[in-house]
Design a protein around this ligand. Structure first.
Ligand code: ADP
Ligand code: MG
Length: 401
């Protein structure tokens, strides 16, 4: 779905309050009854006023009317969630202006944007549920039964997780974009002026780049982490000259150096995960296969191997433990993981391999609202201030089997 920002400017403060009320009401109502919206919005002046705001928001597609067996009400749409997140980023001055869409991931939309300082940034909107159920077909029912609210919840978890990992990785000087802000299903981060490795036909020194990438996988593991989707789509190659300057048309090819920058962290996992070795090997294999195929480069060295990479982990410096304790709890991780295991979030690699093989039936879910409209049970999407409950005391019923 497109991020349509036209209405961002003309919504008045009451419209915003009512939109926030629908979001807040969604925490324990799958369909938020109109009187509750009015109450949460704290509007006086009778029902007339709130109805006007509701009709504006519904017209702009930010909320949708739902007829339920017992009462009529409204639910937030992805568009509404986009607006609430944008507004939070605008108010916190993370984002000043929004630019073009530069990427449509299988489960995200990527926009360039700018801070007031005109620093270029990227806004990543997570859109879980926008997949086409190709890989793990046995589990598709788990995914199909999701309602719009639970997709928003999972997208919010994905953004929260991505931000939490990027934060510690950037602090520890791993080559990742600097994360700037997080709200709901969105992350704002540094813009990297570079192409994904996928789009690069040749590199000056494949052996060197290969060694750097393998070293990165090993360094991540030595801090307790596995990226889990380490491939040519998620590695951006930044060019610079021998003396560290940006490359221009006059730079001779032998003077061009490449630095790999790693992106895309929602599937990152701990080296303590039950299948850690499998994911570690898969990351390593992805790079091996790609270098063999694309750059005709095969290393003489075996490995790297998981057992070696995790042999000397310093328990005091584990980033998986730190993120779990402070940024993204194990319970939240499990909720998201269930989705990934059920075939959502297949790796970009798989996505590529399967392009052209999809059957129509499996693609039925592509569209504005990811899953069926029928709603069942609801829980927190995020707090009014744009944060997500750190660790909900109750499991989200929408995520129950
Ligand atoms: P997805 O989860 O959908 O794969 P990614 O985070 O991998 O999303 O981003 C998709 C694409 O958007 C990337 O392949 C890259 O081209 C672009 N992109 C993402 N983040 C940045 C960034 N910080 N700077 C520049 N381009 C980016
Ligand atoms: Mg990606």
């Amino acid at each position: 779905m497109k991020l349509d920002t036209r209405a961002l400017r003309y919504l008045n403060s009451d419209d915003w309050r009512v939109l926030a009320a629908v979001e807040q009401g969604s925490k324990n109502h799958e369909v938020v009854p109109t009187p509750l919206i009015q109450q949460l919005a704290g509007q006086r002046g009778g029902g007339g006023a709130v109805h006007r705001n509701i009709s504006t928001l519904a017209k702009d597609g930010l909320i949708a009317k739902v007829k339920n067996a017992r009462y009529d009400g409204y639910r937030l749409t992805y568009g509404g969630l986009d607006y609430l997140a944008m507004n939070t980023h605008r108010k916190s001055e993370a984002i000043y202006s929004l630019g073009n869409q530069i990427g449509v991931g299988k489960e995200s939309d990527i926009y360039v944007c700018a801070a007031q300082s005109s620093r270029q940034l990227v806004l990543k909107l997570h859109r879980l549920g926008r997949i086409s159920f190709r890989t793990v077909k046995a589990n598709r029912d788990y995914l199909r039964g999701r309602n719009a609210g639970s997709w928003m919840y999972l997208s919010t978890l994905a953004a929260q997780k991505e931000y939490a990992f990027m934060k510690v990785l950037h602090r520890e000087k791993f080559p990742v974009p600097e994360p700037v802000a997080w709200s709901r299903h969105t992350v704002v981060m540094e813009f990297i002026d570079a192409f994904p490795m996928r789009m690069v036909d040749s590199v000056p020194n494949p052996g060197k780049l290969y060694a750097e990438l393998m070293a990165m996988i090993v360094q991540l593991a030595s801090r307790g982490l596995i990226h889990g989707d380490f491939n040519e789509f998620n590695i951006l190659l930044k060019e610079f000259t021998d003396d560290g300057k940006p490359v221009d048309d006059d730079t001779p090819p032998e003077k061009v150096n490449l630095t790999p920058i790693l992106i895309d962290f929602p599937q990152t996992l701990s080296t303590n995960h039950a299948n850690a070795e499998y994911y570690f090997d898969r990351d390593v294999e992805c790079i091996k296969r790609y270098f063999g195929r694309k750059f005709k480069y095969t290393s003489d060295e075996p490995g790297p191997f998981f057992v070696d990479a995790v042999k000397n982990i310093d328990p005091e410096r584990r980033l998986d433990v730190e993120v779990e304790a402070t940024g993204f709890s194990r319970k939240l991780a499990k909720q998201l993981e269930k989705y990934v295991e059920a075939g959502g979030g297949d790796s970009d690699e798989q996505q590529q391999a399967e392009e052209g093989e999809e059957d129509d039936e499996d693609d039925a879910e592509d569209g504005d609202e990811p899953a069926d409209e029928e709603t069942t049970g609801a829980e927190a999407v995020s707090n009014e201030d744009g944060s997500v409950p750190q660790d909900p005391q109750v499991d989200d019923p929408r995520l129950a089997e």
